[in-house]
Write a protein that binds this ligand. Structure first.
Ligand code: NAP
Length: 244
């Protein structure tokens, strides 16, 4: 499905990003993934990708640093000869009710989740324009659609990702470039490990289970493939019905 394509996945070393890398690699894509600092996890993911017989490389890069994001995309273009798919998945939380939320925690979440996504899109924009094709997939969240108590910073960043997605989709639609967002609900990863034992939370999900990274990866594969060529500016919830 993705043979001959190179995908860049931010936050590809763990959780949802890792599942996306593996799913894309199983479908023939070469993979360049970014991670923040957990080198052991990145090395493990790299081994798993290489065992699938595709070209893969890990890059330590903080997406909230505009210069570093631009530089890593130049490096990946040189290493892989091009980029056809960008998945903006790197994200963090720093949850607190507003009175306890420090300005620095608000900034850190916006810097990684929203500005990081912008910097990466800015980096591939001229490449995608030149090749008149490309797929951009941004990972938002149901928190960005509905809001969530204790997540003012995170919800704002993920709502921002929705606006960014639609604006970029409008800028690039006539050039055959698609930009869509995925809004997951509760997905069992390191990010949500403190919640996944909570049966009341699970009961509030119509499908009565937390999602898996693999659930999200299957949707990302669809949005990265030719099967979704006439879909752009869309935000697709994947949440077991939670935000209905
Ligand atoms: P995770 O397990 O905590 O993994 C986060 C990944 O992002 C790691 O690979 C991490 O690298 C990387 N990362 C963090 N900050 C970065 C930075 N500044 N620059 C580059 N990479 C960075 O998270 P997850 O649960 O898989 O979530 C992935 C995405 O889905 C996030 O955008 C999250 O907001 C979104 N999401 C998750 C859920 C959920 O329930 N899990 C729900 C809705 C949306 P290191 O390993 O080096 O730290």
């Amino acid at each position: 499905m993705l043979k001959g394509k190179t995908a860049v996945v931010t936050g590809g070393s763990r959780g949802i990003g890792k599942a996306i890398c593996l799913k894309f690699a199983e479908n023939g894509a070469d993979i360049a993934f970014l991670y923040a600092g957990n080198t052991a996890a990145a090395e493990e993911t790299l081994k798993e990708l290489e065992s699938l017989g595709v070209k893969a490389k890990a890059y330590q890069c903080n997406v909230s640093d505009a210069d570093a994001a631009a530089e890593v995309l130049r490096e990946i273009t040189k290493d892989f000869g091009g980029i056809q798919i960008l998945v903006n998945n790197a994200g963090i939380t720093k949850d607190k009710l507003v009175p306890m939320m420090k300005a620095a925690d608000f900034d850190a979440v916006i810097d990684t989740n929203l500005k990081g996504t912008f910097y990466m899109i800015k980096g591939v924009y001229p490449l995608f324009l030149k090749q008149k094709s490309g797929k951009i997939i941004n990972i938002s969240s149901v928190s960005g659609l509905n809001g969530n108590a204790g997540q003012a910073n995170y919800s704002a960043s993920k709502a921002g990702v929705v606006g960014l997605t639609k604006s970029v989709a409008k800028e690039l639609a006539s050039r055959g470039i698609c930009c869509n967002a995925i809004a997951p609900g509760f997905i069992a990863t390191d990010m949500t490990e403190t919640f996944t034992g909570n049966d009341a939370l699970k009961d509030a999900i119509p499908m009565k289970r937390f999602g898996t990274p693999e659930d999200v990866a299957k949707l990302a594969l669809f949005l990265a493939s030719d099967e979704s060529d006439y879909i752009t500016g869309e935000v697709i919830r994947i949440d077991g019905g939670m935000a209905m």
